[in-house]
Design a binder for this molecule. Sequence first.
Ligand code: KG4
Ligand code: ZN
Length: 334
Amino acid sequence: MIILGIETSCDETAAAVVKNGREILTNVVASSVSLHRKTGGIIPEVAAREQLKYILPVIKKALNKIPRQKIDALAVTTGPGLIGSLLVGVEAAKALCYTWQKPAVPINHLQAHLYANWLNPQSSTPQLPALGLVVSGGHTDLIYLKNHGQIKWLGGTRDDAAGECFDKCARLLGLGYPGGPAISQAAQKVNHKTRKTFQLPRPMIYEDNFDFSFSGLKTAVLHQVQKNLSLKEKAALAWEIQEAISDVLVTKTKKAMEKYQIKAVLLAGGVIANPRLREKMGQQIKGVPVFIPPINLCTDNATFIASCAEFNFHPFPWSKIQADSSLEIEEVIK
Ligand code: KG4
Ligand code: ZN
């Protein structure tokens, strides 16, 4: 099938056309991040207004040179996310489905992130069952994917998501928004021979569950920042933040691998763009292939929305599709 995906869950307005769930024909992303940089974070209403501005030009660009007769279906993110942003994509998709008379597939953004691993031209097809780790600005979830659509949610964050922790720590350090890329850039400047050593907690790392907690880490960073750090010390602290978050994510993933018989580990979400986390996952996960999407497919875009729809093709009457800001992953395996 050829599927047009539409993604507007947060501050990216994205549309993409994907063939057979694996081949990206077009991928267009407009981001309002520069506006949010000015306010140090996302103001939902500002994000929604930007979505409105970009949605039609982005869809038009994604369809450039692809006649709409070739599109077999539309896939759209219905949640989770910011409601004002989600509504823009959902209503645009509904209007197109109505006028073009095409099937509509509602998609869960979190589940879809994993499908970035089916879109990497450099890698083979992931084998299932697999263990998925989705680490984004709003979520940190471990998922057992027995087959497409056969999902068990193993655990998630009890407070802040890993991306949120990066963003909040960066703000405390005065590094700007979004915090994840800012922290990894600051950490790259560290001189390992002379760096001051900071000790940050690895919350819940050895607890007997698949849950996460990152708010304590943020508080520990606050205590350090209050000591008026030099630029060099800030770089060393940024390095340690990366280490602490990566250690927890790697250890919990390894723990889940002990319990579930899997053939692959699938990493996904904006935080997986972090170079140190990619390196540690690659080095420390052994026994099964680890799939790590290219950086542009880790952060929000519509290619994985379209791919997810191909492998989980459940069309819905367009008029019944609704945005749901707190949409949860539908667990089929209990
Ligand atoms: O998946 P995503 O693009 O959007 C959501 O669905 O939330 O993830 C955004 C999150 C932000 O918190 C951002 O700071 C984080 O991903 N991020 C990173 C990096 N690039 C983006 N975190 C750590 N290191 C990075 N290089
Ligand atoms: Zn996302």
